[in-house]
Design a protein around this ligand. Structure first.
Ligand code: PFF
Length: 453
């Protein structure tokens, strides 16, 4: 245990965690659901969800991780020896790998589209063809596979270098760069003529759209966006030193994740509306609508539109990478600490395992599109399994564990650094109440309604 690494400072803790949090979820989902569920009204609900429901889960994972300084399995086995809780630790070794498998497919697409942007393939004369380009690309066999291997390879390379020289160093550079890029793109997008409608779509509050579905969407999005319930934040917190204030690191991460999501909204939606296209989310938005817009814009100033498209796909690629490394690190920490594997072996092993599942996910758009699991393609099955089930169950169980199984004094000790943080000491009863009652009850209710409702 003695050679275990820690993140170097508060700033790097927050940057690494924000790196995990900021990803595809912020760019391709958040802007759309904000518009669909009532603009500023939804943002308000989302903020409440983040800070009253997701933050307590984040803290639960942080408490377990930082208390033990161990991987998910080791942490649960140490805190609840001889009980079934270790299975939660083991489950969360696998959940991020499932996410990583399909996330890498999209990471690969982003890499491919960055190459297309660099080689100036989004041109006014082929604007229409640009939209169908994605269908052709994603259903083909070799292109997506090669790009996925490159993306997974980059992920493994960063993880291989370890917590300080790999993850921390990458996040320290990538997070500031991501913020600069997204601000530049947002400024450009807002100043396009006709962008006003897009801004309205995001900010006009419409409280009538706050249906029960909107609440479920806010909760699901905040889990995914903050990488909760799958042991990622637990593992990252295990690299946080004993004198760090984990309320500040979790709160800071949630703040930057939210800020980036809102900026992404202003980067994407005004451009979509300026082009007179219906808003959408997911792959269609990023790989069809936006390239089409980049191509069209080229009829004005070609250099600017080329630059914006390059910056945009670079943003997506870097954001996806800073998330994917956190997914791989969970399993690597487990293999290194529990199975005594050297780091390089653990990384290669997980690279191969995710590659195998990733290949199936990638091919499920073309060659394997006929293979269905419970009515879903392999890619969609992995996505639904992770986002609708594994994350929710994991989040629920982590908060139940900290609220009901762990000793209250230990929880207080961990949150307040042995009673030395007087501000946190005052907040403790409120935070504990959220962890023990509010979070589990609300998540269980929303989960059951979505399963049977
Ligand atoms: N938070 C990432 C995003 O918004 O794209 C996704 C994610 C990362 C989910 C890490 C789960 C995880 F463990």
């Amino acid at each position: 245990m003695s050679s275990r690494e820690n993140f170097g400072s508060r700033a790097t803790v927050i940057m690494a965690m924000a790196g995990s949090a900021i990803g595809l979820g912020n760019i391709w989902r958040f802007p759309f659901i904000v518009g669909e569920y009532g603009g500023a009204a939804f943002i308000l609900v989302y903020i409440l969800c983040c800070f009253l429901l997701s933050l307590p889960i984040f803290l639960s994972e942080s408490i377990i991780g930082r208390r033990t300084h161990q991987n998910t399995f080791g942490a649960m086995s140490t805190l609840a020896p001889g009980t079934a809780w270790k299975w939660l630790g083991l489950l969360t070794v696998f959940s991020p790998l499932i996410i990583l498998s399909y996330y890498s497919v999209v990471g690969g697409w982003s890499f491919a589209y960055l190459c297309k942007a660099v080689t100036l393939q989004f041109k006014p004369e082929n604007a229409e063809a640009v939209t169908s380009m994605f269908g052709q690309f994603s259903t083909s066999t070799w292109g997506p596979l090669v790009c996925m291997v490159i993306f997974l390879g980059l992920t493994a390379l960063i993880v291989y270098f370890g917590v300080n020289k790999g993850i921390e160093r990458f996040s320290k550079i990538s997070i500031p760069v991501l913020f600069v890029l997204i601000v530049l793109i947002a400024v450009y997008s807002i100043t396009l003529s006709g962008a006003g409608e897009g801004v309205k779509y995001l900010v006009n509050p419409d409280f009538s759209k706050l249906t029960p579905d909107a609440f479920a969407a806010a909760l699901g999005q905040s889990f995914f966006s903050l990488s909760l319930g799958v042991g990622t934040m637990l593992t990252y917190s295990s690299y946080v030193s004993k004198d760090e204030n984990i309320l500040v690191s979790a709160g800071g991460t949630a703040f930057f994740d939210l800020l980036f999501a809102i900026l992404a909204g202003f980067a994407v939606m005004p451009a979509v509306f300026a082009a007179g296209i219906a808003p959408s989310s997911g792959p269609g938005l990023v790989f069809e609508t936006l390239p089409f817009i980049f191509a069209k814009m080229g009829s004005g100033a070609q250099i600017i539109s080329a630059a914006v498209s390059i910056l945009f796909f670079l943003t997506i690629l870097v954001a996806a990478l800073s998330s994917s490394i956190s997914m791989m690190e969970v399993g690597v920490a487990y293999l290194v600490e529990e199975k005594k594997q050297p780091r390089h072996k653990a990384t290669v092993l997980l690279f191969v395992v995710t590659l195998v599942i990733g290949v199936l996910c990638a091919l499920s758009f073309g060659t394997l599109s006929g293979v269905k699991l419970f009515g879903n393609t392999i890619f969609n099955f992995c996505d639904k399994l992770a986002s609708n089930f594994l994350m929710t169950v994991g989040a629920l169980l982590f908060s139940v564990f900290v609220g009901w199984k762990m000793d209250k004094a230990a929880v207080r000790d961990e949150l307040t650094n042995g009673g030395t943080l007087s501000g946190v000491k005052k907040l403790f009863p409120f935070v504990y109440f959220l962890i023990k009652y509010v979070t589990p009850v609300t998540i269980a209710a929303i989960f059951l309604i979505s399963l049977f409702g």
